[in-house]
Design a protein around this ligand. Structure first.
Ligand code: FFI
Ligand code: NDP
Length: 515
């Protein structure tokens, strides 16, 4: 019997960010392993013209929840969507809903955040810092609350090389930042942002660090733990391998490589690719929820959910495996054949960006214009290059995260819990995982049919032929221009032609003699 699954039975659980990538996997696992839980409250905002109910319906009817529906047929009754916007005062939750949340909640998993690297500081502070503070305030009014689990990121202190399981203070107090965001105008905020974020690369990592400080300062008597995952990737095993449904982190680049847009990337092949599958993060999160509630550690424990120190993989190996998988399982309607290289300095990066990214996009747009269609490739390519520049910081460095708390927790689990809530990244086979990841991107994110693989391969062969034809034409044009202008080129050309002629004559003469 799993003690952790048992613990969540009969509980009322509040999840923020349940409509996000991690939140959905968390909810799925909870329903699947503890179908007798009382209720999961989720704070949801209406979005993209969908009502709350439509959003929940869409999640529950997705492929991810297929197994849940077998184990927990009344899952619709156990999920209670509460209209909320974390950017608003009191989250714009109605009085009745608030009363229900305050009275019944036993466990909180706080996943909601803005994960955009370049979000405006005001918005990033609002969601990643102020909303966390408000949620803690709410939590302190919950008489039945047993644990508050805050999801942060392993990169909240990416300005350091070695990161321990402690909260590192930022120079300016979060409260002062929150206050100043209320009266400073956007122009001044833009000006002070680089000074505030200091040696961190973006507002995301900075505000997640401030969020941790808020958790530490406002924890009061609450039972709190912080989880810091590194780069969350597709699921490893559960509910099935390779599930992913958004383009954050490596996923977007995998799509771009498979579609042939991404041809070069400035990365350090030997740098550690600290990826962690979403199901490992979720298993650790649930185990932490149980441990924090039952064992009530004296201080706020921080758990690093990383792979680099236990089972390292590097970007070079990952890139090779991604491309190898595309050989076997290509994506449909690729722009060019998947083929990408790592560049390591500014000059080669600029060169390959011009030759492999910008030039083909311009040629294609020219072709679209000629055929009376709207050009779009240059815009798309600029967006890709912008994204690459945002991710560069993370793929050219390695970090070390200590994992004592995570290992301690693993040792406290029963063998059954170690199996059901497995977060031992040492068991992960990277090559197999990456192959499933790429497959998952094709199936679950892009929703491409596996039956289309022969056609996709045929399309790649056509692209290869066009590529050869294009190169040959380019070579002939260049050569023709050279011959017209240079005596040396003309001499070389005559030498090659006469050599070929002599060789052919000799070959013909010797074959006639034999007959
Ligand atoms: C040999 C070579 C081999 C090659 C093989 C290659 C593979 C192997 C190499 C792998 C190397 C991996 C490196 C990973 C490093 C990660 C480090 C993470 C560390 C921290 C981890 C964390 O702790 S935290 C989570 C991470 N945080 C993000 O990773 C957000 C990033 N990102 C943004 O910060 C913004 O994205 C950014 C970029 C500003 C653009 O911003 P932007 O304004 O230009 O573009 P948008 O974001 O608006 O999106 C443009 C279009 O994408 C649509 N879209 C947006 N989001 C969507 C979603 N979720 N699902 C569906 N579609 C979505 C949108 O609807 C737009 O579509 P449309 O144009 O049609 O409307
Ligand atoms: N993905 C990764 O690589 C990593 C993620 N993390 C952390 O994990 C957590 C979850 O990330 P992930 O699932 O990837 O992120 P997603 O962007 O997929 O999900 C973010 C969630 O927050 C919700 N949200 C955002 N703004 C609001 C708002 N104003 N009101 C209510 N809800 C809001 C979103 O709701 P909506 O659907 O309405 O937009 C969504 O449910 C975050 O705290 C992130 O920092 C940490 C390390 C790595």
């Amino acid at each position: 019997m799993s003690m952790i699954a048992d613990f969540y039975g009969g509980k009322s659980i509040l999840i923020t960010g349940a409509t996000g990538f991690l939140g959905k996997v968390l909810m799925e696992k909870l329903f699947r392993t503890s179908p007798d839980l009382r209720v999961i409250y989720i704070l949801v905002r209406p979005k993209a013209g969908q009502t709350l109910q439509q959003r929940v319906f869409q999640i529950l009817n997705s492929k991810l929840f297929e197994k849940v529906k077998e184990v927990c047929p009344n899952v619709h009754e156990k999920i209670r969507a509460i209209s909320a916007d974390l950017n608003q005062n009191d989250f714009a939750i109605s009085k009745e809903d608030m009363q229900e949340l305050l009275s019944y909640t036993n466990i909180i998993f706080h996943c909601a955040a803005t994960v955009r690297f370049d979000d405006h500081l005001r918005h990033a502070v609002q969601l990643n810092v102020t909303a966390t503070q408000q949620l803690l305030l709410m939590a302190s009014q919950m008489p039945n609350l047993e644990a508050f689990i805050h999801i942060s990121t392993a990169f909240s202190n990416c300005n350091l090389k070695h990161i321990d399981e402690v909260i590192y203070p930022c120079p300016v107090e979060p409260k002062k930042i929150i206050d100043s965001m209320e009266w400073l105008d956007d122009a001044i905020i833009d000006e002070i942002t680089p000074k505030l974020i200091g040696d961190r690369p973006n507002t995301y990592t900075y505000t997640k660090a401030l969020g941790e400080m808020v958790v530490q300062q406002e924890s009061g008597k609450l039972n709190i733990a912080i989880i810091r995952p590194s780069i969350v990737g597709a699921t490893w095993q559960e509910p099935f391998p390779g599930w992913v449904d958004n383009i954050n982190g490596p996923t977007g680049l995998i799509v771009a490589a498979g579609k042939g847009f991404l041809r070069s990337i400035r990365a350090t092949p030997m740098a550690v690719a600290d990826l962690i599958p979403a199901d490992i993060v979720v298993n650790l999160t649930l185990a932490v929820g149980w441990y924090t509630a039952v064992h009530r550690p004296k201080s706020t424990l921080i758990y690093h959910c990383t792979s680099g120190n236990l089972n390292p993989c590097n970007w070079g190996k990952m890139g090779i495996q991604v491309l190898a998988t595309f050989e076997k399982i290509p994506l449909e309607r690729a722009f060019r054949r998947p083929k990408a290289e790592f560049t390591t300095n500014n000059v080669t990066t600029q060169y390959w960006n011009a030759v492999s990214h910008r030039a083909p996009a311009m040629i294609y747009d020219f072709y679209l214009r000629l055929t009376g269609r709207k050009p779009r490739m240059t815009k798309l390519m600029n967006r890709l290059l912008r994204t690459l520049s945002m991710l560069e910081y993370f793929i050219n460095r390695s970090w070390e995260w200590s994992t004592y708390n995570t290992e301690m927790l693993m040792s406290k689990l029963s063998p059954e819990d170690q199996r059901v809530f497995n977060f031992d990244v040492r068991q992960l086979n990277w090559l197999e995982y990456i192959e499933n990841y790429v497959l998952g991107v094709k199936k679950y994110l892009l929703k491409e049919d596996m039956a289309g693989i022969p056609e996709a391969k045929q399309h790649l062969r056509r692209l290869r032929n066009i590529h050869y034809l294009f190169n040959t034409a380019l070579f002939l044009i260049a050569w023709r221009l050279l011959i017209a202008r240079s005596q040396v080129a003309r001499n070389v050309w005559f030498f090659i032609v006469s050599f070929c002629y002599k060789f052919l004559s000799y070959f013909r003469a010797s074959s006639t003699l034999k007959v």
